[in-house]
Design a protein around this ligand. Sequence first.
Ligand SMILES: Nc1ncnc2c1ncn2[C@@H]1O[C@H](COP(=O)(O)OP(=O)(O)OP(=O)(O)O)[C@@H](O)[C@H]1O
Ligand SMILES: O=P(O)(O)OC[C@H]1O[C@H](OP(=O)(O)OP(=O)(O)O)[C@H](O)[C@@H]1O
Length: 214
Amino acid sequence: MSGQTKDILKVAMPKGRIYKVASKLFREAGLPIPSDFDDTRKLIIELPEVGMEFIMAKPVDVPTYVEYGVADIGIVGKDVLMEENKDVYELLDLGIAKCRMSVIGLPDWKPTMNPRVATKYPSVASAYFRELGQQVEVIKLNGSIELAPMIGLADRIVDMVETGQTLRENGLVEMESIFGITSRLIANRVSYRMKNDVIQGLCDRLQATLAKRE
Ligand SMILES: Nc1ncnc2c1ncn2[C@@H]1O[C@H](COP(=O)(O)OP(=O)(O)OP(=O)(O)O)[C@@H](O)[C@H]1O
Ligand SMILES: O=P(O)(O)OC[C@H]1O[C@H](OP(=O)(O)OP(=O)(O)O)[C@H](O)[C@@H]1O
């Protein structure tokens, strides 16, 4: 059944590091999320007191659930939004899970004849090098991207940097920062019209909470 046909607001909530900071933000905004949900293996969490249901998703899948309307709204990193390019509304910058997308390499990197770039974000990386007019072969990996230049799979990577610890511990350097990343609140286009009051109400509440944080 489509998320748009029910009264409950369905929220695609990424598991993992975003959930930790997003649930904190929701609590600060006055939404009572019991702390025992933090470690649960349940994939659908009902919050009847606030008329919500959390769909606990893999972060990269959040825009898909929202585009198809099985979730009315979702929380997702700008990195995933840029890579997935789904047809959803971006409603609010939540300012959480802050990091940046960067080009990274070994300190002695030099241009090569057949440059290879490894990344979890092939679309973002291809667009970036295309705009620079540089031809590169993009290799898709799913994690531990920093390994690629260390073991000779690629000469550079496009990946996220937060504290820089992963780079430092692996002898890599940030060569260029491409764009800043924070998590965003997104909405299904139909849900945004049909459930405008409740979605806009939540948006205003989160915005007011963020303003207090500043
Ligand atoms: N080091 C980081 N610091 C801050 N935010 C980050 C960092 N790494 C990732 N993020 C943000 O958090 C989001 C989710 O990252 P996370 O590592 O939880 O999931 P994932 O690696 O995509 O999924 P999974 O661990 O399930 O494979 C990213 O899309 C990005 O927006
Ligand atoms: O600058 P830092 O604070 O070190 O953070 C950056 C690291 O965090 C992310 O990896 P993640 O922990 O998601 O693991 P992954 O390699 O499995 O993607 C990202 O891909 C970097 O490897």
